[in-house]
Design a protein around this ligand. Structure first.
Ligand SMILES: Cc1cc2nc3c(=O)[nH]c(=O)nc-3n(C[C@H](O)[C@H](O)[C@H](O)COP(=O)(O)OP(=O)(O)OC[C@H]3O[C@@H](n4cnc5c(N)ncnc54)[C@H](O)[C@@H]3O)c2cc1C
Length: 411
């Protein structure tokens, strides 16, 4: 670590007190960075995990305190100035300071943008402003939605991605009648193979969810300002007590855009998580990086942690590079999906079916293992992780044999 960056006067400002912002600050302190750290968030809670918002926290199986990465005392103990309910309005790159609504400008030596993403919303003229229309991004969203998750009522879930499917599972478990509509030909179109989608379609149908694919929402209708039904493009009408919308997210890149930083599917960063301004970094959902021939933006916890840690180590003077190591999970009912790698570009899928809902799909391109979707199969996930991280590919015939101990493919 260089003396300059070791100096107690060095100022690091992190905008966005979510998964990635927390990762930057925690890593900086854990590697001995002695400078000033200010972590600024526009929400009114200390940094917390989002995945339980559509899973255990929504069902009520997880207490609020367990959502927080650390108790509030951690920030004082680690000399991290945590500013909550404090939206950053703009960046003055020439004076190297950030502008907030009710506080004086805050100077920085290094600035990290960890501003995350936000749900794509339904416009007001489609009924997006009706009461009972919910999104699942923040703690506040979930706390508000919980009042509408009531046994005997109907929930319309709009969007068959992971958020929509997880919300459908929670609502079903709570005793609601659930209708899920997806505009694309199938659920999980953007994020999973037809095989994985088929598994989850069957699972939800078996639990009683009415899944309608290839149907587009025309508008939500309401009475006395509250949603009561959905009119679909095919003319059908679905009566409902509430609507849960999960139709995708978009990166929060407005600060970066206004500051003239380069954008392409998010804030462009290099392998050191640096933006087009060498003193400004971007990490997590808001950042896009070169991956092969495309610019990729990963919306996952693993990526937010990894990029946050790389930015911290670069700021502290280390010579490291970010290597995308995509992994993800989703919990629906008692089923756990764990995904390792990216299946984009696969030319062959090998299925390993061990029965009783334990199944994994292995994606290959020219015999090279790209990714594995492991359903209720933590061992397949662990083996896939080790193989993909060490760039090894197993013999597909061995993988497909459920009687074979998977550890053998690691040899
Ligand atoms: C319901 C839900 C379930 C999920 N489930 C999974 C899962 O199972 N597995 C998985 O890997 N990933 C999951 N994810 C995704 C994962 O949570 C995100 O990828 C991760 O939180 C991204 O971290 P981030 O720090 O980039 O963004 P965030 O955690 O969104 O944090 C960004 C923060 O910056 C704040 N901010 C934005 N602009 C400003 C500003 N101008 N000033 C101040 N603050 C600002 C935002 O309000 C927010 O608090 C889930 C996400 C959601 C919403």
């Amino acid at each position: 670590m260089s003396d300059k960056i070791h100096a107690e006067t060095t100022k690091v400002v992190v905008v966005g007190a979510g998964q990635a912002g927390f990762s930057v600050c925690a890593k900086l302190r854990s590697i001995g960075f002695k400078g000033q750290i200010t972590l600024i968030g526009d929400e009114d809670h200390p940094p917390y995990q989002r995945p339980p918002l559509s899973k255990a926290y929504l069902t009520g199986d997880m207490a609020l305190e367990r959502l927080f990465f650390r108790p509030q005392s951690f920030y004082a103990d680690e000399n991290i100035e945590l500013c909550l309910s404090d939206p950053v309005l703009s960046i003055d790159r020439f004076k190297k300071q950030i502008i907030r609504a009710e506080k004086p400008p805050l100077p920085y030596d290094k600035l990290v943008l960890a501003t995350g993403s936000q749900p794509i919303t339904l416009p007001d003229d489609m009924g997006g402003d009706l009461m009972g229309v919910h999104y699942v991004r923040t703690l506040k969203d979930t706390d508000t939605m919980r009042a509408d998750v009531q046994p005997g009522k109907t929930a319309l879930v709009i969007g068959g991605g992971y958020i929509g499917l997880e919300a459908a599972a929670v609502a079903t478990k709570a005793g609601m009648k659930v209708v899920l509509v997806e505009a694309a030909d199938r659920i999980l179109q953007r994020v999973a193979s037809p095989e994985t989608a088929r598994y989850f379609r069957s699972l939800h149908k078996a639990k009683g969810v009415d899944i309608r694919e290839g149907v587009r929402l025309k508008a939500l209708k309401g009475q006395k300002g509250r949603v009561t039904s959905a009119i679909m493009a095919d003319g059908s009408e679905i009566t409902t007590d509430c609507a849960i919308v999960g139709i995708g997210i978009r990166p929060n890149h407005d600060l970066a855009k206004a500051a003239g930083l380069k954008l392409d599917n998010g804030i462009c960063v290099d392998a050191q998580c640096r933006t087009s301004d060498p003193d400004i970094f971007a990490v997590g959902d808001c950042a896009s990086f070169q991956h092969g021939t495309a610019r990729l933006r990963l919306e996952s916890v693993g990526n937010a942690i990894d990029q946050g840690e790389i930015a911290a180590r670069i700021i502290a003077g280390e010579k490291v590079s970010y290597q995308a190591n995509p992994w993800f999970w989703s919990d629906q009912y008692d089923t756990k999906l764990q995904i390792m790698g990216l299946s984009t570009g696969y030319d062959c899928i090998v299925t390993r079916d061990s029965g009783e809902g334990v199944i994994s799909f292995w994606y290959f391109a020219k015999d090279r293992l790209l990714a594995v979707d492991a359903i209720n199969d933590p061992r397949a996930f662990m083996v896939a992780k080790r193989l993909i991280e060490s760039e090894k590919s197993p013999d597909p015939a061995l993988v497909s044999d459920p009687s074979l101990d998977l550890k053998q493919v690691l040899r």
